[in-house]
Design a protein around this ligand. Structure first.
Ligand code: ZN
Length: 394
């Protein structure tokens, strides 16, 4: 699917600005208000910062560099990658009349990262980034800066949880002896988990990608999740599945997060199994998946993968604690289609094997489903606690 790579180079429009900066940089960029949203024209920012910039007109993806500092953005996306760190904004980067407009909060985050130790403040119709006024900053003194007027574009607390019951409708998922279907078990466990989260986690929205036996394309599941990012909050995405194996002896639960290099052949087989539904989908949404593919390159090595890995470890630890008598198969990496487009920490849990006689019987029991939901609940709650306290301490 990465067929457009060779097409891109001739279209790359490059514009360079190189300025030598004084020892004490003071950068002033204009802020423009459109529909109540504040933007900084990227050209002016690049100019003022003495940075280089390039924009790929085909992918709408651009890059800003200065020395070893790199920021990547894509028009239409509510996020930027700044020095390997994800900066989320509550509205997207825009391209308008040949100009790139960056949300003011993201522009401030970019400047603070490119010029460590500076403080960004909002003046009348501009954004000013300079060393703190009171004293000169020593090189090791890049402390957390205070922003007089709060600006969007920092890391946001987790405000919602997306629960994704695997499969549904015309896609039954894995089928076990006696005709038991994966989609039925995943929905039942997810609804129990939803109830636990809703009654125990206040101030966090819980959203299901499907709440009945309906078919949902894989890309649509992450679209639903990403749609909730608009408020400037972060979220977590948890997809619940039941595994299947050619060997009836294999049992246990495992937790996955996205990686392009699956940990082993078995993980590759599991992801092939879960990705199978792509062929059942209509082809008309191909474009959206292509965009997702372009974003992937940016995402995979960055913040989201780190957060997803932590989410996977935290949730899996609770499963291992609660689901005694069942085999823990550990945390694994795999290339699951449903995790690919996610712009938030995302995991996929395989709660047991439908092809293992004893586990199949257990998985259908309400009492065991309650335990699985309880384990997932404790895992998600523990992750939120870790995550939100890490944000607070930034
Ligand atoms: Zn599945």
């Amino acid at each position: 699917m990465r067929r457009s790579g060779s097409l891109l180079a001739p279209f790359a429009a490059l514009f360079f600005f190189t300025f030598s900066l004084s020892a004490e940089p003071k950068i002033t960029v204009p802020v423009r208000t459109l529909d109540g949203k504040e933007y900084v024209p990227l050209g002016a920012l690049v100019d003022a910062a003495g940075a280089d910039a390039s924009l790929d007109l085909v992918t709408q993806r651009g890059k800003v560099t200065r020395g070893t500092h790199v920021a990547v953005y894509q028009a239409g996306m509510t996020m930027l990658l700044v020095d390997g760190r994800l900066v989320r904004c509550s509205y997207p980067v825009m391209r308008q009349k040949g100009e790139v407009l960056v949300p003011a909060g993201a522009a401030a985050a970019l400047l603070r990262s490119f010029f460590p130790g500076t403080v960004c403040t909002r003046a009348e119709s501009s954004l000013v980034c300079a060393p703190p006024a009171q004293k000169t900053v020593s090189p090791g003194d890049a402390k957390v800066e205070t922003v007089k007027q709060p600006l969007n574009g920092s890391h946001d607390r987790i405000g919602f949880i997306i629960l994704d019951p695997g499969h549904g409708g015309k896609d039954p998922g894995a089928i076990g002896k006696g005709g038991v279907q994966e989609k039925t078990i995943t929905l039942s466990v997810t609804r129990k988990l939803e109830a636990l989260l809703k009654s125990n986690l206040k101030g966090v929205r819980v959203v299901l990608t499907r709440s009945n036996d309906s078919f949902l394309e894989l890309g649509r599941r992450t679209d639903i999740a990403n749609g909730h990012l608009k408020g400037g909050e972060n979220g977590v995405f948890v997809s619940v599945h039941v595994n299947a194996s050619v060997s009836p002896r294999i049992s246990g639960f495992e937790t996955y997060f996205l990686s392009q290099n699956p940990s082993n052949e078995e993980a590759r087989a599991t992801s092939a199994l879960e990705n199978d539904v792509v062929v059942l989908e209509d082809r008309k949404h191909g474009g959206a998946h292509d965009d997702v593919e372009h974003m992937e390159a940016m995402m995979i090595t960055t913040q989201i993968q780190k957060e997803s890995s932590l989410l996977a470890e935290t949730v899996h630890a609770q499963m291992a604690r609660v689901l005694t008598g069942h085999k823990s198969r550990g945390v694994r990496k795999a290339d699951f289609f449903v995790l690919r487009g996610s712009l938030m920490p995302a995991i996929l849990v395989e709660i047991g094997f439908i092809t293992h006689a004893k586990e199949r019987a257990t998985l259908q029991k309400a009492a065991y489903q309650d335990r699985v939901a309880e384990a997932l609940y404790h895992g998600i709650a523990a992750f939120l606690k870790k995550y939100n306290s890490a944000i607070k301490n930034k």
